[in-house]
Design a protein around this ligand. Structure first.
Ligand code: UDX
Length: 491
């Protein structure tokens, strides 16, 4: 965990700022604890009393490396407190960060802004002093301007003391690295409409700024767009390499080598070119959909049309894993030709796929959308696990952190609490989230536990030669699987 000194430089020249953070989910709880680590007094607000009670006891309701230590440290020091009361934060804080969710609307692509609107309205109704409200949530372009109007009209009706301004400061933290990304960000972007707002935010971020973090001060629209542009670009990079996987799966070739080779070009870069079962989580999928919805509203229907293609490529990766499971298990029982090709066993498995999968024991390694997280929102891994289960497979699901959240979503899957319990007696192992525990498995040890030596690497993290040498039929995304007709997996 990154540690930084107390915020003495800021506090020695001006009174230390009091900071509130509205919403204490992944984003808000991390931001609150990191603001305390930077030396500020912090009050976190959530409308959920159970969450506030847990956080006040120093208990984090989700998995995020390094955050529990920071939470306990600052709850104990008294610098970090939590409340459900807008009166409390409104009378107390100089700067109010908003970190509530902007999920996808059910059955639509657009973002649901009701929580962010409610946060601004509630703050406007309760702030009784000069203050700055700073949005951190990811929102469609134009939202900050709408919220500024909402703030003005609410303040006019409420007629409370103090001047309240709005700024936008998008958050780029990655789950699993949230503490590091907040304390030592790549860049700081602020959408501001006054020097006063910018100066306050420079005070908040004095420590990262002192270490040379780039500071981008801009208007609301640019600040809002920076965030969605970054996520759209990252999603595109992943889907780009995964589209090439469809080619190498068909004609042969090695997707990892291809990514390495193009990644050496500094204009391209190797990061976010890991081919696999694709992107998920609480940000990338919903952000690219919300962006398409927003540009359509603006009459720019064609502008982001390519993102629909990126979304499709991404979702087809899940079909491909289910398809491969059918092919590998058909190969295992001696079928000369199993159901082949892309999409044959997709979201609704074909009767032929069900016939192959029924009753076979499949070890599912990973349900979190990525390692170092317990988040299963839009997780490709959990989706694949559920599809295999729905098609009749007997799934044994193990994730070092994600089982509890997965069980809330799909209670009927078979969950186990160790890797060994998942793989013992398995006909097939499917590695779906690249936890270290899975990457470092010894193929010979695993061979002794399984019933049938079959493995699908849906994250391209295993050494195919080592698994084949241990007697496994190995299949991986981005690699041709030839089945019985043409010999073992094309490693
Ligand atoms: C993302 C952005 O990175 C972050 O800046 C933003 O603030 C929130 O959204 P996060 O959702 O935590 O962060 O995860 P990220 O590390 O970006 O991974 C997203 C998904 O892409 C994961 O499912 C991951 O497995 C997948 N991925 C990532 C790939 O499939 N291949 C890659 O090469 C990289």
């Amino acid at each position: 965990m990154t540690s930084v000194a107390s915020n003495q430089s800021a506090s020695s020249t001006v009174a230390p700022l009091r900071i509130s953070v509205v919403g204490t989910g992944y984003l808000g709880a991390t931001h609150a604890a990191c603001m305390a680590e930077l030396g500020f007094e912090v009050l976190g607000l959530d409308v959920d009393p159970a969450k506030v009670e847990a956080l006040s006891r120093g208990e984090l309701p989700f998995h995020e490396p390094g955050l529990p230590e920071l939470l306990i440290k600052h709850v104990q020091s008294g610098r970090l407190r939590f409340t459900t009361s807008y009166e409390d934060v409104g009378a107390w804080a100089d700067v109010h960060f908003i970190g509530v969710g902007t999920p996808q609307k059910p059955g639509e692509s657009a973002a649901d802004l009701r929580y962010v609107e409610a946060a601004v309205r509630s703050l406007a109704e309760h702030i009784t002093r000069d203050a700055l409200i700073v949005g951190k949530s990811t929102v469609p372009v134009g939202t900050a301007t709408t919220l500024k109007d909402l703030l003005a009209t609410t303040r006019a009706t409420a007629s409370l003391p103090g001047t309240v301004e709005l700024a936008w400061n998008p958050e780029f933290l990655r789950e699993g690295y949230a503490v590091k990304d907040t304390l030592t960000p790549d860049r700081l972007v602020v959408g501001v409409e006054s020097e006063h707002a910018e100066n306050l935010l420079r005070q908040v971020y004095a420590q990262p700024l002192a270490t040379g973090t780039p500071w981008i001060s801009t208007d609301f629209a640019t600040a809002e767009l920076v965030k969605v542009a970054a996520n759209a670009f990252l999603a595109t990079k992943i889907s780009f390499i995964n589209a090439f996987s469809e080619i190498t799966e068909t004609v042969g070739g090695d997707i990892g080598t291809l990514a390495d080779a193009i990644g050496h070009d500094p204009r391209i870069g190797r990061k976010f070119l890991n081919a696999g079962v694709g992107f998920g989580g609480g940000c990338l999928p919903k952000d690219i959909r919300a962006l398409q919805a927003r540009v359509s509203e603006l009459g720019l229907d064609r502008t982001m049309r390519f993102l629909a293609e990126m979304d499709d490529i991404n979702l087809r990766r899940r079909d491909r894993v289910v398809d491969l499971a059918v092919q590998v298990l058909a190969h295992d029982r001696g079928d000369a030709t199993g159901p082949a090709g892309h999409g044959g066993a997709g979201a609704v498995p074909s009767p032929a796929a069900v016939e192959v999968l029924h009753g076979r024991k499949i070890a599912i390694l990973g349900v979190a959308f990525k390692p170092h997280s317990d988040d299963v929102r839009d997780s490709p891994a959990l989706d694949v696990a559920n599809r295999l289960y729905t098609a009749g497979a007997d799934v044994a699901v193990y994730d070092p952190q994600g089982n509890a959240n997965a069980a809330k979503r799909f209670p009927r899957l078979g969950y186990v609490d160790t890797l060994a319990k998942a793989i013992v007696g398995a006909d097939l192992i499917v590695l779906l989230t690249e936890w270290d525990e899975f990457k470092t498995m010894d193929p010979h040890d695993v061979a002794r536990l399984v019933d049938r030596p079959n493995i699908i690497d849906a994250r391209n993290v295993l050494n195919p030669a080592a698994w084949i040498e241990a007697g496994f039929t190995h299949a991986a995304l981005g690699h041709r699987f030839r089945g019985l007709a043409q010999g073992p997996a094309d490693a």
